[in-house]
Write a protein that binds this ligand. Structure first.
Ligand code: TYD
Length: 225
């Protein structure tokens, strides 16, 4: 796969959205094809699952299974084909969000999440046709994960102030600040486990200062000039 897979993470209110759009523009200006997508979601089926996950109360395993089902469809139909074409895939949240929200926030078993991650993100079956009927079996099975994850880190109290009154909150945005403290701690733990993949962005300063920090990560990697 020749494309670049980049995910964006952080607690609700950390302000990642405008920077994702800015990066899409920057890559397009350099002549790269960009696939802009999000999780849960990114395909018609996964967007339906998103509505359920963000709207309906459910037990934590049901939630994790729906999120990983959405992820499988998204990988199969959108992410893997885009990477094979050589696109830059900019994905608003990916599996780190599951470890942070379902694992950290809801306290769900991290070992089960890790097993689902291996199973769902295995490249076996992802490289064939989108129906998954005639997969090209790779020699060595690998787990597809982002090449780079930008983690927008903001204290939960500050994120809560930014979110207050912004819009009608979804199931997670309506959670108390203690929930987001656990989510933030789980993101920090994910970074410790994957230091080569993670880039932490201090999301506290002004949007322009944060944007310069974001740009710099890509310039340092030689991906943007
Ligand atoms: P978000 O990405 O913030 O989108 P928007 O900008 O439209 O609010 O919202 C997605 C929500 O889904 C967010 O609260 C985190 C949650 N989520 C999980 O709980 N687990 C996951 O695996 C993913 C991808 C998202």
């Amino acid at each position: 796969m020749h494309g670049l897979f980049i995910s964006f993470e952080g607690i609700d209110g950390a302000g990642k959205s405008t920077h994702i759009e800015g990066l899409a523009d920057a890559f397009k200006t350099q002549g790269r094809a960009v696939t802009l997508t999000r999780e849960p979601g990114g395909t018609p089926l996964a967007e339906k699952l998103r509505v359920m996950v963000l709207g309906d109360p459910m037990d934590a395993l049901t939630e994790a299974l729906l999120i990983f089902a959405a992820r499988r469809d998204h990988l199969l139909r959108v992410i893997a084909p885009a990477l094979l074409r050589g696109d830059v895939v900019l994905c608003d949240r990916f599996t780190d969000a599951t470890f942070a929200y379902q694992g950290g926030g809801r306290g769900f078993d991290l070992k089960v999440l890790a097993a689902l991650e291996q199973w769902v993100q295995s490249d076996e079956g992802l490289l064939g046709d989108p129906a998954g009927n005639s997969p090209m079996k790779p020699e060595v099975e690998t787990v597809i994960e982002p090449h780079l994850t930008l983690w927008f880190d903001l204290p939960p109290e500050e994120a809560a102030l930014r979110l207050a009154g912004a819009r009608v909150p979804d199931k997670f945005e309506a959670q108390p600040v203690e929930f987001f403290s656990r989510v933030a701690a789980a993101y920090a733990e994910r970074q410790r486990g994957h230091p080569e993949r993670f880039a932490r962005i201090d999301a506290s300063p002004s949007r322009e200062v944060v944007w310069q920090a974001v740009r710099q990560v890509f310039v340092a990697k030689g991906w943007l000039s």
